[in-house]
Design a protein. Structure first.
Length: 355
């Protein structure tokens, strides 16, 4: 290999270990991928991996670390690498899994995964990962904690109802469940107050969130969830990418005359964004004429109410993205002018339309 045009380190993360494989791409598009090395998934292990990498890399060419997102186990690694000035790409497991199926590898383990991730990085043009701002990271932690507490409250309420409705209810169990419900309610309120305080402490963030909250049906928690989960829409380039990120994109499987499955949303995106849009969509349908007419038109067309509601969720998400990017409040008159179109305008179009 005379000239190297690209070099990467593919890393497979687990709770305790990091499997790293160095790969390089020549000008003739030939690949060389070395056998992986294993390191501890801790700061000392990361430093040891960097020393291993420095012995192999070409010094005058940037090196890119391609890391598969694995729960939270990759977070220390990618933050450490970015802090040290390295380029990092974080890829979702479904992307690497789909790539693995195109190769001839039959045995999948940590070592082979690291090699495949390195090959994936050599063959694909990937977006660099950016470290999320502290305020977005903290808001994401708070909104997710609140959702977990709400789910726990629902479970406890069901248990309480079952216990009280039984033939022989146990008073001590009922007492503990009611105490738990009061505690969960207090914790949820504390989280909401902390979110509000955090937003109020940043005037610029507060102003932009207030603009997003002018969208029909969108409240503080919905806006904060969408913004936190997307890191302020930082890596979103267009509305199609946003819809796909949220798992609200439509997928279809059709082949010949024997395969003709119904269209559905992929569900392969961020479930927290989708979940936050559920109730706002029905509020928008009830009180906003634009979304009410859109919903009614879809229901009259195919008769599936939930499918029509998902379409409204998709429109609301794009509208929130537009208001955030343009830093302008919702304009109902603009939507009335565009009510005959199937999709909302892009941020550029919205800005031009008001100039």
């Amino acid at each position: 290999m005379d000239k190297i045009i690209k070099q990467v380190v593919g890393i497979d993360c687990s709770k305790d270990t990091l499997d790293g494989s160095y790969g390089r791409l020549g000008a003739d598009l030939t690949q060389q991928i070395q056998e992986p090395a294993k390191f501890n998934n801790d700061p000392a292990g990361v430093n040891k991996m960097l020393g291993w990498m420095e012995k192999r890399r070409q010094k005058d060419l940037d090196i890119v670390f391609v890391v598969e997102a694995t729960g939270v186990y990759h977070e220390v690694l990618v933050n450490t690498l970015v802090d040290k000035g390295f380029k990092v790409c974080v890829v979702l497991p479904n992307r690497t899994s789909n790539f693995f199926r195109t190769t001839k590898i039959k045995t999948i383990n940590d070592a082979s995964s690291a090699k495949m991730i390195a090959q994936f990085g050599l063959e694909k043009q990937l977006e660099l990962w950016k470290k999320p701002k502290d305020v977005y990271r903290q808001l994401k932690q708070l909104t997710r904690e609140r959702c977990q507490l709400i789910d726990q409250r629902t479970v406890t309420k069901n248990q309480l109802h079952a216990e009280e409705s039984g033939a022989f209810p146990l008073s001590s169990s009922i007492k503990r469940m009611k105490q738990l419900l009061r505690l969960v309610d207090k914790q949820i309120l504390d989280i909401v107050n902390e979110i509000q305080s955090m937003v109020n402490s940043d005037p610029q963030l507060k102003h932009r969130i207030e603009n997003v909250c002018t969208a029909p049906g969108v409240g503080l928690l919905t806006a904060v969830t969408a913004i936190a989960e997307t890191n302020g829409f930082d890596l979103i380039r267009n509305k199609s990418q946003l819809v796909s990120y949220a798992g609200l994109d439509v997928v279809e499987k059709q082949s010949g005359t024997s395969v003709n499955k119904l269209k559905r949303i992929s569900h392969k995106g961020n479930k927290h964004v989708r979940k936050s849009l559920y109730f706002p969509s029905f509020t928008a349908i009830k009180y906003n004429p634009h979304y009410k007419n859109h919903y009614a038109g879809l229901v009259s067309k195919h008769g599936i109410k939930m499918k029509a509601a998902v379409s409204v969720q998709r429109k609301l998400l794009v509208l929130m993205y537009t208001l955030w990017k343009t830093d302008k409040p919702y304009d109902p008159e603009y939507l009335k002018k565009e009510s005959g179109q199937q999709s909302l305008a892009t941020p550029t179009e919205l800005t031009q339309g008001r100039s």
